[in-house]
Write a protein that binds this ligand. Structure first.
Ligand code: UD1
Length: 345
């Protein structure tokens, strides 16, 4: 029998890629999503790639009663991957309570319902934002947690604490916290990818939208940072690589390989790439020019951060495989597909 895994936020960017990888690995993912920042058409994309129609329930994880009923209906779920959360840093500064409500209530509901329904394992989407601007690079999982610079960041830190406290109190529970660096790219099939709402906040969707003429110019936020070319440095990780790490994490818990009841892993490539470098790598990989201008620094941006991935590589047995060039091409392929689908080209 295929093992059932609940994927909250499974129609979102990272969630949808993870659903595909779970199916490829022989699991039955069950998607719960309220479609607040995703589109139902993602289910078709998943089916086109895998040939399997994903199970989907339109439920808001903040709704305890609906979630309780969901678990009654779908007995035998063995693990949860919790992606359901809001993730726009700027929006979180303007609407802090929305972020605390969405991100924390959903998590608390899931954790409360896990023992009730006999589910022991949870994988949580955390972020390198918990490290703030690290004093030492690359960052390891032991690097200090810095005060959060946004309510979004606070919710990730608080969620990690909430999970650790809950696992401590309930001896059956186990958790793996995955701290993502900067996920980019799309599925190589071009059937699923990132679907930003409105004007993209994140760098690569802005780059691809500029490349296809939807936006006039990319603004590069700051060229006076203390880095070689003056722009910020990030660790850009391919979304399919990232998705695969979730499958490894679920298997690790189900096979009782976890060494501790709460394990934390950095998910990155280990390579720092500057914003200027990313733009020129995109131009080189795709042959498409990206008009840009240098703009003032963006509030709250970290100067540089990239991962020490040795713990994830050795203990989790996972390593990012895709090249930056292939990843950038996959994002471009997806953007072009979106353009032709929306009839804008
Ligand atoms: C942020 C969060 C990260 C979160 C992610 C999800 C922090 C420190 N980081 O990542 O935790 O998971 O959002 O959305 O809170 N840039 C431009 N022009 C643009 C857009 C971005 O120059 O139009 C630059 C930014 O200044 C930054 C880099 O590109 O230096 C990456 O930005 P972005 O893609 O927004 O990701 P982060 O801010 O690193």
């Amino acid at each position: 029998m295929k093992k059932k895994v609940l994927v909250t936020g499974g129609t979102g960017y990272i969630g949808s890629h993870t659903v595909v990888e779970l199916m490829n690995a022989g699991f039955t993912p069950i998607i719960v999503d309220n479609l607040s920042n995703s589109n139902i058409s993602v289910l078709d994309g998943i089916k086109k790639i895998t040939g399997i129609e994903p199970v989907f329930e339109n439920i808001d994880c903040k709704d305890y009663i609906a979630l309780d009923r969901f678990f009654e209906k779908y007995q035998g779920i063995e693990a949860i991957i919790n992606f359901a959360a809001s993730k726009a840093v700027g929006e979180s500064v303007e609407k802090p309570l929305l972020y605390y409500r969405n991100n924390l209530m959903s998590l608390v509901n899931l954790l409360e319902l896990m023992p009730k329904h006999g589910i022991d394992n949870i994988v949580f989407s955390s972020s390198c934002t918990v490290y703030g601007q690290p004093d030492v690079l690359p960052v390891t999982e032991q690097s200090p947690i810095k005060p959060a610079t946004s309510p979004y960041g606070s919710t990730k830190q608080m969620s990690e604490t909430i999970i650790a406290d809950t696992v401590y109190a309930y001896s059956n529970l186990k958790a793996i916290l995955l701290r993502y660096f900067n996920p980019i790219g799309a599925h190589p099939s071009g059937e699923i990818g990132e679907l930003p709402n409105g004007i993209p906040n994140n760098l690569l969707p802005y780059v691809t939208q500029t490349a296809c003429g939807l936006r006039e110019k990319l603004r590069i936020f700051g060229d006076d940072y203390n880095t070689e070319d003056g722009s910020c440095i990030r660790d850009f990780i391919n979304v399919v690589d990232l998705a695969k790490a979730h499958v490894v994490a679920v298997k690790r818990m189900l096979e009782n390989k976890s060494e501790k009841s709460v394990e934390i892993f950095n998910l990155g490539t280990g390579r720092g790439v500057s914003v200027f470098e990313l733009v020129s790598a995109f131009e080189k990989a795709t042959g498409v020019k990206v008009p840009f201008e240098v703009a003032p620094r963006r509030d709250g941006d970290i100067e540089k951060v990239w991962a020490d991935t040795s713990y994830a590589n050795e203990v989790l047995g996972w390593k990012a495989q895709e090249t930056l060039e292939d990843t950038l091409r996959s994002a471009w392929n997806w953007e072009q597909k979106l353009m032709s689908r929306d009839g804008n080209s």
